[in-house]
Design a protein around this ligand. Sequence first.
Ligand SMILES: *[C@@H]1O[C@H](CO)[C@@H](O)[C@H](O)[C@H]1NC(C)=O
Ligand SMILES: *[C@@H]1O[C@H](CO)[C@@H](O)[C@H](O)[C@H]1NC(C)=O
Ligand SMILES: *[C@@H]1O[C@H](CO)[C@@H](O)[C@H](O)[C@H]1NC(C)=O
Length: 351
Amino acid sequence: VDSCGARHNTRGEKMLVRCYRAKLSVWAALCVLVLCWFYVFPVYRVPRDKDIMEEVLRQRGIWQKNQTGIDLYRKLLTDCCNPQRMFAVTKENSPVGKVLWYDGEFYHWHTVNNKTYSLFVQDNPLDVPLKKCAVVGNSGILRHSKCGRDIDQASFIMRCNLPPLSKEYVEDVGTRTHLVTANPSIIEKRFQNLLWSRKAFVDSMKVYGSSYVYMPAFTMKPGTDPSLRAYYTLADTSSNLTMLFANPEFLSTVGKFWKGRGVHAKRLSTGLYLVSLALGLCEEVTVYGFWPFSVGLDEHPVSHHYYDNILPCKWFHAMPEEFVQLWHLHKSGTLRMRVGRCPPQEGGTLD
Ligand SMILES: *[C@@H]1O[C@H](CO)[C@@H](O)[C@H](O)[C@H]1NC(C)=O
Ligand SMILES: *[C@@H]1O[C@H](CO)[C@@H](O)[C@H](O)[C@H]1NC(C)=O
Ligand SMILES: *[C@@H]1O[C@H](CO)[C@@H](O)[C@H](O)[C@H]1NC(C)=O
């Protein structure tokens, strides 16, 4: 279940069906099937990578903040998804007995009991509205971007999926973090599900300082136990990090919001969830490291992540579709997307 700003592989799929018995019902079924197919994989509606990139090149450097757009999206997201109250599972929105429906599974739920209730934070801990937010995706486009200083100047910085922040990357991705997401699958793969030593996990989390760790504990059934173990590990070592469990209801309403706007992924990327959260909570949003294409604007190859080149599952996310949405928001001035290098800084932050 991969993350932010990643590359895609789905294109130009065609269906060839032969029908021997031309009964009416068969044709009707076929029609429905084809319609479903186009609904699920609307390949024809997404512009080609090359066209998207040409447009990005044309528009680059021109950007103006649009307060109307910012206000509009804050209102749309507040109305659909209420991020301020709902983004995390809290004692306030999930009392004992509340049924949490897993948003990534069909018909699975967790009923909040005394034990899980005690792990939830009391209330939304974020000081809303947040001022300048940076959402940092993990695309290879960040490599050599020199965006680190730019990112670190934001007042609230969100990152995806426990990305490495070691010295070699600092210049490009910065050092500060206020919220970082962690997929349960990482706990399983990188830290043996925390069933053995927990030190490696605790040590690797120090780089995030005293930020919030945002885990989708109630998205997939197998993700709940690793998430709770991660919670206890942080609690037992008196870590400065605070665990927030993503609210499945929030994730599911955000998914519907983007589905209504033409994103047909089975599941949104972590990055788009964070951008939605930022649009709902922040006065200003800048987005870094979202680039789902295998070449950059300078036609050089771009790795999948800034730290490796492992591809995500096919079909799972609809990255170019998501990118097109974000680019619309950039063009209208609702958020700012950084693609390529950040400008060198001399006091100001203008292009
Ligand atoms: C500002 O945002 C609003 C709402 O999205 C949009 O209708 C308008 O065209 C935008 N203005 C500019 C100059 O892009
Ligand atoms: C949950 O805890 C409360 C107070 O700590 C207690 O009164 C209640 O009986 C507990 N419920 C269950 C089901 O254990
Ligand atoms: C937590 O933060 C304090 C103050 O910044 C620091 O002294 C301490 O070492 C930190 N603890 C851990 C476990 O990182």
